[in-house]
Write a protein of this length. Structure first.
Length: 412
């Protein structure tokens, strides 16, 4: 099982990183705008006050007939037109405008009825200060966003890694590994704070332990019942053989044989449930084994089609059990013709009946469950699936498009 880093596409880590980035950008933009507006207003206000102060001094000198101070002139041609119109209207005002490529803070007011008095102050230093502040805000925002995203992604990744570990354990449990546990460190140390991920991990471990206990109890019960039935059935079978010939005797013997078959099936299932079955490997031509299974079947006529034969190393008894159960199930619950096809390491058994029921296709064979009043206990396919797992083979069930059930065994 691969335990690498989780996939990033569409994961919680990506969503959290995007959310953190968007929120950091919005916060940085808001703070940057507030700082920019505040500093700009302060800088512009100071420059405006200086320009108006000089304009007042220049106005006083003009009215007294004294020479104008440097930077103050009557009707300066570079004075912005809107500010000139304001001054001609009898008002004083200020404005920042470019003068030969350099920003200037202009202040203007009326000198007399037809002329205006303008004062220009170099605004380059203040403009550079504001530009430098804007660059500092941008770079500091980028660094802050980057650091926040990295820290946030690191923190979220730790959480998502724990969630992925919990999901892997859940998949192992669903696959039959009831010994799998998350064992989150936070659940082992009560002094550590218990977050939501630890709560989910603890709940999953508790569920797995409970499920394992129930399944073990069920397995023990099945094995105990089968063992307890075996002894009286042996005596019952011997007694039935002593009965005189006749139709009632045949019925008794038939039912005793059915009970013995059911008991042996339950014992086999209990052995499979323990997971301790061991293989006895041997080389065997697959076509010959399939033909032997068909010859030994008493259910009906089965056609064997060999597309490509293959010598396989397998447990012959278990493979015969799998194929025999598949053929028997096809005859009992399907309709002829029944075909067993060997194509290399792939063996298919097909009938032409109504096909497998929906529950079986969705969830696999289930013990003691059949549909439509069909005869049997639902153990044949369960045993076939269990023995296939012991062999390391893959057994799947499907329905043919033109009708009929198809069981496919892929040997490895």
């Amino acid at each position: 099982m691969r335990l690498g880093l989780p996939r990033w596409s569409g994961t919680l880590a990506v969503k959290a990183a995007v959310f953190i980035t968007v929120m950091c950008c919005a916060l940085a933009a808001l703070l940057g705008i507030l700082v920019h507006v505040s500093v700009t207003n302060q800088t512009v206000g100071q420059a405006r006050d200086r320009a108006l102060s000089r304009l007042e001094d220049a106005t006083a000198a003009f009215e007294a007939g004294d020479p104008l101070m440097p930077g103050a002139r009557l009707d300066p041609p570079e004075l912005p037109q809107s500010l000139r119109d304001l001054a001609l209207a009898g008002e004083r005002g200020t404005m920042v405008a470019d003068h030969h490529g350099r920003p200037m803070m202009w202040a203007a007011g009326p000198a007399d009825d037809e002329r205006v008095l303008g004062v220009g102050i170099d605004y380059s230093q203040q403009s550079r200060t504001i530009e430098g502040l804007d660059r500092a805000i941008i770079w500091s925002s980028v660094l802050a966003i980057g650091a926040t995203v990295l820290v946030g992604v690191f923190a979220v990744t730790r959480v998502t890694r724990r969630l992925h570990a919990t999901a892997r354990v859940a998949r192992r449990i669903s696959g039959g590994d009831l010994d799998a546990r998350v064992d989150d460190p936070r659940t082992q140390d009560p002094s550590r704070p218990q977050d939501e991920v630890a709560a989910v991990a603890a709940a999953l471990d508790t569920m797995a332990s409970s499920l394992q206990s129930k399944l073990l109890a069920e397995q023990r019960f099945t094995a105990d019942v089968a063992h307890e039935l075996r002894t009286p059935l042996t005596g019952l079978h011997a007694a039935a053989e002593l009965l005189p010939s006749g139709r009632p005797t045949e019925l008794v013997r038939d039912r005793v044989a059915a009970l013995r078959t059911l008991t042996e099936d339950l014992l086999e299932i209990s052995r499979l449930d323990t997971g301790r079955e061991r293989l006895e490997l041997d080389s065997e031509p697959l076509a010959a084994l399939a033909e032997r299974v068909v010859r030994g079947s008493s259910e009906g006529v089965t056609e064997v089609v060999v597309v490509r034969d293959l010598v396989v190393e397998t447990d012959r008894r278990r493979l015969e059990r799998v194929l025999g159960n598949l053929v028997a199930n096809a005859h009992k619950h399907g309709r002829g013709p029944v075909t067993l096809t060997v194509d290399g390491a792939v063996v298919t058994v097909r009938d032409h009946g109504d096909g497998y029921p929906g529950y079986l296709l969705a969830h696999g064979p289930q013990r003691f469950r059949t549909e439509g009043g069909a005869k049997g206990h639902g153990l044949g396919l369960t045993i076939a699936l269990g023995q296939a797992e012991v062999l390391g083979a893959r057994l799947t069930f499907s329905n043919a498009v033109e009708g009929g059930a198809v069981a496919t065994l892929v040997l490895r």
